[in-house]
Design a protein around this ligand. Structure first.
Ligand SMILES: O=P(O)(O)OC[C@H]1O[C@H](O)[C@H](O)[C@@H](O)[C@@H]1O
Length: 277
């Protein structure tokens, strides 16, 4: 069964739509222009992860011996904690979603947790704020987290991503070999799957929708994953059309190379802000 959606509407055709399945942001429109890529073949069956938008990767990134790839958060129903509310002073609209441990999550991962995902829609910005609480009195909580952001782009080969020069990365397309980035503006012209470590808090992506730039700001998310399946890897993905890799670019702020370790009773906060420039 298809899951329900929640829409943040700021007026002026500026909206953000969230599918409760995985609390996946499935659309972000600024002045009626869609900024996020969602595949024409994306499946909305309330089971499979949605191919596009911003899937929420937690508590594990990548293949996971205990449960589904990229964790369970992107394939579980979340609860709307606070329906969209407009701030009368700024006009910004905010909503919050929550996921807590239940029988299903404990089956894979026997930990108590509470994740709150706050989305704030501003005039040209989308702010995604994550809080993870460890409610346990005696156990640590160790997890990875990543916002798997699919940017919509007219032609991926014309985009450049700044902020990666000098960073070390693991290249999953080259047997996990480790390299150091030499380029000031990284371009994607082949199958790309890299985990860049300890990246700075800002990336700028050029030539997104309408030839504009997108600023990606991150806080407490040390790494940045860069992914495009290209024509090779796309064959493995039943929910992506053959040519669609050209119109998407995944720039994914996350905390993956050193997982977050939360002492009992403490909380983690991290966030990403996307800004149309
Ligand atoms: O197909 P998915 O499970 O959604 O994963 C899509 C991609 O996510 C990340 O970017 C990983 O680095 C890739 O290795 C993976 O292929």
């Amino acid at each position: 069964m298809a899951s329900s959606v929640v829409m943040l509407d700021r007026g002026n055709n500026t909206t953000c739509t969230v599918n409760l399945h995985g609390a996946t942001v499935v659309s972000w429109r600024v002045n009626n222009q869609e900024q996020l890529f969602v595949s024409k073949q994306a499946v909305f069956d309330g089971k499979k992860a949605i191919r596009g938008g911003i899937p929420f990767v937690f508590p594990h990134f990548g293949s996971w011996p205990c449960g589904p790839q990229h964790g369970f958060a992107r394939v579980l129903p979340w609860t709307l904690e606070r329906p969209p509310e407009r701030n009368p002073a700024t006009g910004d609209v905010e909503a919050a979603f929550i996921l807590t441990d239940n029988e299903h999550t404990q089956h894979y991962w026997n930990h108590a947790f509470r994740v709150t995902y706050r989305l704030i829609l501003r005039e040209k910005e989308l702010h995604c704020h994550v809080q993870v609480v460890n409610p346990s009195r005696d156990r640590e909580l160790c997890f990875q987290l990543l916002l798997h952001t699919y940017l919509k782009v007219p032609d991926v080969t014309r985009c450049q991503i700044t902020g990666l020069r000098g960073c070390t990365y693991t290249d999953k397309t080259r047997d996990e070999a480790v390299f150091q980035e030499a380029s000031e503006g990284v371009q994607v012209t082949e199958w790309t799957d890299r985990v860049y470590r300890n990246t700075p808090s800002e990336h700028i992506v050029t030539n997104v929708v309408s030839g504009r730039k997108m600023r990606v700001l991150k806080y407490n998310l040390a790494d940045t994953v860069l992914w495009n399946p290209w024509s090779q890897d796309v064959q493995r993905l039943s929910d992506l059309c053959a040519e669609e890799y050209r119109s998407m670019l995944c720039v994914e702020p996350g905390q993956v190379t050193s997982p977050v370790m939360l002492l009992p009773g403490t909380a983690y906060e991290g966030s990403m802000m996307l800004q149309v420039m």
